[in-house]
Write a protein that binds this ligand. Structure first.
Ligand code: SF4
Ligand code: SF4
Length: 168
């Protein structure tokens, strides 16, 4: 079969099977750096191996030093223990820092943070997305993200594999 014809047929198939989503025409989001997602309420920022490497490099710390200073082990959905950033007693993320104007590791922040708010469960339908907008003033404001950009972020989020205690 001629390769151009094959490519055309593959493209048609992809288009045919492309799932229509409420964000087909994109979604608006622009972070105003209010830090609401980093502070004042309990949460878990899980760290993958790549996150840990990036953060150690950013702070120029060894893995052991970074874990001792900034991490805790928490119970995961599968009842194992996984690596997570610490929280302060007021529930601020340990990396949130007033002097830095927000995240002290913004350029190396974990994928869980950099993909927010395009987490797969947050973009499952319009109501959920709008509901999440109550916690993030950047949702439905500012820059328009294309469907492709949104799904790139949510795929990255889905692929996060936190480090299990027995893996270190
Ligand atoms: S809550 Fe939203 S607008 Fe505020 S810092 Fe987080 S992502 Fe940005
Ligand atoms: S790592 Fe940075 S971006 Fe993520 S929650 Fe902590 S302060 Fe916020």
């Amino acid at each position: 079969m001629h390769s151009n014809l094959l490519e055309f047929q593959l493209l048609s198939c992809r288009k045919f099977f492309e799932v229509s989503m409420f964000y087909d025409k994109g979604l608006k989001f622009e972070c105003n750096r209010c830090s609401d997602c980093c502070r004042k309420s309990p949460g878990f920022v899980y760290l993958s191996r790549a996150d840990l490497t990036n953060l150690c490099r950013w702070f120029r710390l060894s893995q052991q030093e970074f874990i001792e200073q900034y991490c805790r082990w928490v119970q995961y959905y599968d009842n194992t223990e996984v690596l997570c950033l610490k929280e302060r007693s007021n529930y601020d993320c340990t990396l949130w820092n007033k002097d830095s104007g927000g995240c002290a590791a913004y350029g190396a922040r974990p994928v869980q943070c950099s993909t927010y708010p395009f987490w797969s469960w947050m973009i499952r339908d319009q109501d959920t997305w709008n509901e999440c907008g109550k916690d993030c003033p950047g949702i439905n404001k500012g820059r328009l993200w294309s469907k492709n950009e949104i799904e790139t972020q949510s795929n990255l989020y889905d692929k996060i594999e936190p480090i299990h205690k027995n893996e270190l």
